[in-house]
Design a protein around this ligand. Sequence first.
Ligand SMILES: CC(C)(COP(=O)(O)OP(=O)(O)OC[C@H]1O[C@@H](n2cnc3c(N)ncnc32)[C@H](O)[C@@H]1OP(=O)(O)O)[C@@H](O)C(=O)NCCC(=O)NCCS
Length: 212
Amino acid sequence: MSLITYGIFGAGGNASELLPILKEQLNTSSANKYKIFFVDEDETKKTFCNLNVLTTKEFMNLNKNQKKIVLSPADSKVRERIVDELQGNIDFINLISRDFVNLSECSLGNGLTIAQKCIITSGVKLGNFIQINLNVSIQHNCLIEDYVTIAPSVSLMGNVKIGKHAYIGAGAVIKQGVQIGPRSTVGMGSVVVKDVPEDTTVYGNPAKPKNN
Ligand SMILES: CC(C)(COP(=O)(O)OP(=O)(O)OC[C@H]1O[C@@H](n2cnc3c(N)ncnc32)[C@H](O)[C@@H]1OP(=O)(O)O)[C@@H](O)C(=O)NCCC(=O)NCCS
């Protein structure tokens, strides 16, 4: 039986929420032995949630058979930096809560985290290194590009497109067919009824660009 070592990158609030999902996934599906570390560049953090914290270098130098990574940072640029640094040397796993509902004909990329009580319906396409927090619903034919971050309790109606590195704040509702441009931010509680250009922050009901 081989030993697999898992690194949850980031040792903060989101990582603490992902740890039970990882344990659940490993305890139900894995015939292998495993060990879990947190990985964080803050060298003053030695332990977190009763597990050891290593730097990236220490984690990569561990002499273990196989290593796998979970990406916890909510900042998509940080996730991208980790991916750029380590891709090719290591597996980025999909960490998906057991209660995730994926109805039909959906495609999932790599390096995703999907927390509890999320549902995607039909024809949804999720790219790579996306973070989907608690209680998110994504309806038919939505397209979510790489490195998107979706906070808790967001609702995306059908055919919504979210561009690369966009951030959708907690409780936002996005109308069917709306496109959110790359690197844009939707404020918490917003109701988005029109397309949002790239690099734009919007909030409110109906959502309007910040400073307008
Ligand atoms: C929209 C957002 C990105 C703006 O952040 P910011 O640029 O730091 O803006 P500020 O906090 O300086 O607020 C600027 C103004 O917008 C208002 N505002 C900020 N966010 C708002 C929102 N979501 N809805 C309505 N008004 C909002 C503020 O009250 C403030 O108004 P004022 O100028 O009249 O005082 C941020 O407030 C937000 O909603 N982030 C998402 C948080 C979230 O979902 N977290 C989930 C963690 S899991």
